[in-house]
Write a protein that binds this ligand. Structure first.
Ligand code: BG6
Length: 464
């Protein structure tokens, strides 16, 4: 077994999904607060109430053998308005979390943006407004300046693909737009903002490293036909390359740009911005892995996205067709799927890690991996054998990739404890620790928490 002494075993959360305290201590409204309140949907007003439970949560990470905590900073908690006024109480909250991490020997691994855009920026056009890119860089600078002595691992954005496509193309996340042209613009602005964040980091000369986190899904084809290979390239550009190529190599895939420019005006991509993207690439890649994407050539029909956000829509109800590009195959008879149509496919992690290693040669962290399930948390201990088996199979797949040369430096289980799962609400649970949302949000370690602790403490001997 390889030497895992410095390997970062940890778990992850995100501000909006766990903090709660949405209007406490001068935090302002985020686009998610606004949207969920307006629509009367289940929200994260209280969520796991990490705001008041963080000491207990971080202590449990330590007792669970974990060495790192990936979490995000909330822009609307830190910056009060468009003028950039700082909320000292917001900074103080994160100082407390960071101090608590260090007191417990937990390395903080911090994402600057995990989807909670301040509503005051959303009202100016959000990611369609170039000004928001500069505002992001200023916010990132405030984070670096205030926390640089306590954070060595930084992430600019969590999953540009997921929040941009959900917000501007599929329309199931705020700002609930369905428009290809706007999707391209928002995507470009986010990648430009990420490069501006990296630039601030480099210019400030802060210690540590900075990366980006991507919702990674390696693309497989149904067969070896040339049509399938073309569909795979389209799917890879749509799913992965516009984030990974842009962040790691400083280049937006040229075949993608060429294709898009035939139908859409992309003249807002200015040479001086492309230069900033080129010159400010990341130090590492964070990959969130849940599943692969199996594709076949496009046959017919309009571009369609059906997302199973309820888990009750019935397995197999999801659908992805991108007209003239590719169709996603949602059912492989040899695989098992969750209630939310996520295929359980550990091999994809190994294949994907090797692919990313070969393409970019950068250090990699698996920044999220986990399984969402319905669970009864009123029992003394949730017996989540399925989560143990999911994690065991994926960690083994990661080791196989490491044995073949991939430079993987950490693994973060999603999630540290149960939290608010965006449009899926709180009943889709991912935590190693159960949170009883109906009874004072009491915490109870699940069986997987203990398994993970023993696996880490045994240097993964129990995986053999
Ligand atoms: C990732 C996100 O997309 O996957 C998390 O970074 C998210 O914020 C997680 O919660 C699981 O997805 P979902 O939609 O099931 O909560």
């Amino acid at each position: 077994m390889m030497d895992l002494k410095n390997f970062l075993w940890g778990s992850a959360t995100a501000s909006y999904q766990c903090e709660g305290a949405w209007d406490l201590d001068e935090r302002v409204e985020s686009m998610w607060d606004h949207y969920l309140h307006e629509e009367g949907l289940e929200n994260g007003d209280i969520a796991s109430d990490h705001y008041h439970h963080f000491e207990e949560d971080i202590r449990m990470m330590k007792e669970g053998g974990q060495r790192a905590y990936r979490f995000s900073l909330s822009w609307p908690r830190i910056i009060k308005n468009k003028q950039g006024e700082i909320n000292e109480k917001g900074l103080a909250f994160y100082h407390k979390i960071l101090d608590c991490c260090h007191e417990n020997g937990i390395e903080p691994f911090v994402t600057i943006y995990h989807w909670d855009l301040p509503q005051y920026w959303e009202e100016t056009g959000g990611w369609l407004n170039e000004e928001v890119c500069t505002a992001f860089a200023q916010y990132a600078k405030v984070c670096f300046e205030n926390f640089h002595t306590k954070i060595r691992k930084w992430v600019t954005f969590n999953e540009p693909k997921w929040f941009v496509c959900s917000g501007y193309l599929i329309g199931n996340y705020p700002p609930c737009i369905q428009d290809v042209s706007k999707t391209i613009k928002a995507a470009y602005h986010v990648m430009y903002a990420s490069a501006l964040g990296v630039k601030e980091f480099r210019e400030g000369g802060y210690e540590g490293e900075i990366g980006i986190v991507h919702s990674f899904t390696p693309v497989n084809g149904v067969d070896d036909r040339i049509e399938t290979k073309i569909a795979m390239r389209y799917a890879d550009n749509y799913c992965n390359n516009w984030i990974l190529d842009t962040a790691a190599k400083g280049e937006i895939p040229i075949d993608l740009l060429s294709e898009l420019s035939k139908q859409y005006d992309i003249s807002y991509m200015k040479p001086e911005q492309l230069k900033i993207i080129k010159e400010n690439t990341v130090d590492f890649l964070g990959l969130n892995y849940y599943s692969r994407t199996l594709v076949k050539p496009y046959t017919s029909g309009e571009t369609t996205f059906v997302v199973n956000n309820s888990g009750k829509a019935g397995k197999g109800s999801s659908k992805v067709i991108v007209k003239h590009w590719f169709e996603q195959v949602m059912h492989d008879p040899n695989s098992t799927y969750t209630e939310w149509d996520t295929e359980i496919y550990p091999k994809g992690l190994k294949d994907g890690l090797l692919e990313v290693h070969q393409k970019y040669g950068l250090p990699i962290y698996i920044t999220e991996n986990g399984i969402g399930m319905y669970e009864d948390v009123t029992v003394p201990q949730v017996d989540d054998e399925y989560r143990i088996s999911f994690m065991r199979d994926h960690i083994k797949a990661m080791f196989e990739a490491m044995e073949q040369g991939a430079n993987i430096k950490g693994y973060f289980a999603w999630s540290s404890f149960d939290l608010y799962s965006w449009k899926n609400g709180c009943e889709k649970r991912y935590g190693l620790v159960a949170v009883d949302f109906d009874h004072d949000r009491i915490r109870k370690p699940k069986k997987s928490y203990t398994w993970y602790r023993d696996m880490i403490n045994s240097n993964a001997e129990n995986l053999k």
